[in-house]
Design a protein around this ligand. Structure first.
Ligand code: GAP
Length: 430
């Protein structure tokens, strides 16, 4: 995969309303991005897809939606206040800062080989809670979404019918003051994570770790087209945190090499023990059958929503040579993630009867499916636009429709066109 794929995706994302740099009129702000009209649909679809797979289809997983700001002690207990830091070196010539792993002997900016010693920066964003001076409390934007799951663990046990083994899922924002944000949304300062914390008896830890490792790879294999671009990276034993027995990343082959999509982590009883110590509250689970009391162990699967969407754009992007120097750019993205399932076109926008019929088709479909209307320019241009945002089907209403209620349906990937009856459109899209 060529390096310029990142540039192509960045340009396409801006041109077609997928991802915009935040505060662009003020010159932008590093590491912050907005989703445009097409991107927000894709991102919502992606989150729904994860939720369906991880929560709706499982009887032993429930969801929560926690806050971004929590009691500041949470981040002392979690270790983030003391140790959530990034290593930074500074080029002595151009003063640009980098993570040590991003420089290969020479400064990527100016080519100099002289750097300062590496220093540590805490990545937590600070804020204040309260309005009266002197009574304000320092707080943090959450550096990882999962902490609220630990905080709500006992509430979930007490309020649901779940028994261990069971999981709590959450999709939510996390904030990290990254030293070197970059590569579009890959490393940003405000991003979303999808997390599962699965609570188990310590004796069952190994079994459930392996189970979730396989489940998560299966999830990504169903989502991505290019299976050869997916792999596990196993963290070396000497790099593991002291409470972990193993850790794996699901990686995707990005234009700059293998890149982390999600981590599968062995968290043992570390988090609940820490919160128990710092809060003074017992966070033990009592087995309703045996009466055994213990702090559950946790298998975590934690991935990036924005990162996955970015990787999906890399995975889907194709430039196809149609002959005569004609290149078609198409996003062959998973149909469930595509912003729109179909586009509805009146062949000629200014013919009242065709337009009216096309509106009927749009209204019929939009009750159940996300469809988009386009009557601008010629059909060729409309196809090009929909291909670039990955719309699986284009439906054209023409003169023949007025005679026999049939429309043409054009397939994004094969470009084949078929005539079908309007009544069959719902089942085709389903
Ligand atoms: N609770 C565990 C945890 O937060 P992590 O490996 O630091 O683990 C999990 O983060 C996932 O969050 C990563 O695999 C990545 O997809 C995403 N992520 C982390 N930092 C990110 C950033 N700065 N920008 C975008 N996504 C990020």
């Amino acid at each position: 995969m060529s390096q310029d794929l990142l540039q192509k995706i960045t340009a396409l994302a801006k041109r077609r309303g997928i991802i915009f740099p935040n505060s662009e009129i003020y010159g932008g702000i590093g590491g912050f991005y907005d989703y445009g009209p097409v991107g927000v649909e894709m991102k919502n679809n992606l989150k729904r897809y994860w939720w369906k797979n991880m929560v709706d289809k499982r009887e032993n997983v429930v969801g929560i939606d926690g806050t971004i700001i929590t009691h500041p002690k949470v981040w002392e207990a979690s270790g983030h206040v003391q140790g959530f830091s990034d290593e930074v070196v500074e080029c002595k010539k151009c003063h640009q800062r980098f993570r040590p792993e991003d420089i290969q002997e020479k400064c990527p900016k100016c080519g100099s080989t002289e750097f300062t010693d590496s220093r540590k920066y805490n990545m937590l964003f600070k804020t204040e809670v309260g309005v009266v001076e002197g009574e304000k409390m320092d707080a943090y934007l959450r550096g990882e979404a999962c902490q609220t799951i630990y905080l709500d663990f006992m509430n979930v046990v007490d309020s649901t019918r779940q028994q261990i083994p069971f999981g709590i899922a959450q999709i939510g924002k996390a904030f990290r003051n990254e030293v070197t944000p970059g590569k579009l949304t890959f490393r940003s300062r405000e991003f979303e994570q999808w997390d599962l914390q699965f609570f188990v008896h310590p004796d069952d830890m190994e079994k459930w770790f392996e189970y979730w490792k396989e489940e998560r790879m299966k999830f990504y294999k169903e989502l991505y087209r290019k299976q050869e671009n997916l792999r596990f990276y196993e963290h070396p034993q000497d790099k593991l945190v002291f409470y972990a027995k193993k850790a794996f990343d699901v990686e995707y082959l990005s234009p700059w090499g293998w890149a982390e999509n999600e981590g599968i982590h062995w968290r043992s009883d570390y988090d609940l023990t820490q919160h128990s110590k710092f809060s003074g509250k017992e966070l033990k689970y009592t087995d309703p059958k045996t009466g055994e009391k213990y702090i559950p162990w946790i298998v975590e699967t934690s991935g990036g929503v924005d990162r996955t969407l970015l990787m999906l754009l890399f995975d889907a992007y194709e430039e196809e040579d149609l002959g005569d120097g004609n290149i078609r750019t198409v996003l062959k993205i998973h149909p469930e993630i595509a912003a729109y399932k179909a586009a509805v076109f009146p062949l000629v926008g200014n013919k009242e009867d065709i337009s009216k019929k096309a509106r009927e088709v749009f209204d019929l479909l939009s009750d159940k499916h996300k469809v988009v209307w386009d009557d601008r320019g010629n059909i060729g241009k409309r196809y090009r636009y929909q291909d670039e945002i990955g719309t699986p089907y284009c439906i054209t209403i023409d003169y023949e429709t007025l005679e026999n209620n049939s429309v043409t349906v054009r397939d994004r990937d094969t470009m084949e066109q078929k005539r079908v009856n309007i009544e069959d459109l719902d089942s085709i899209l389903s």
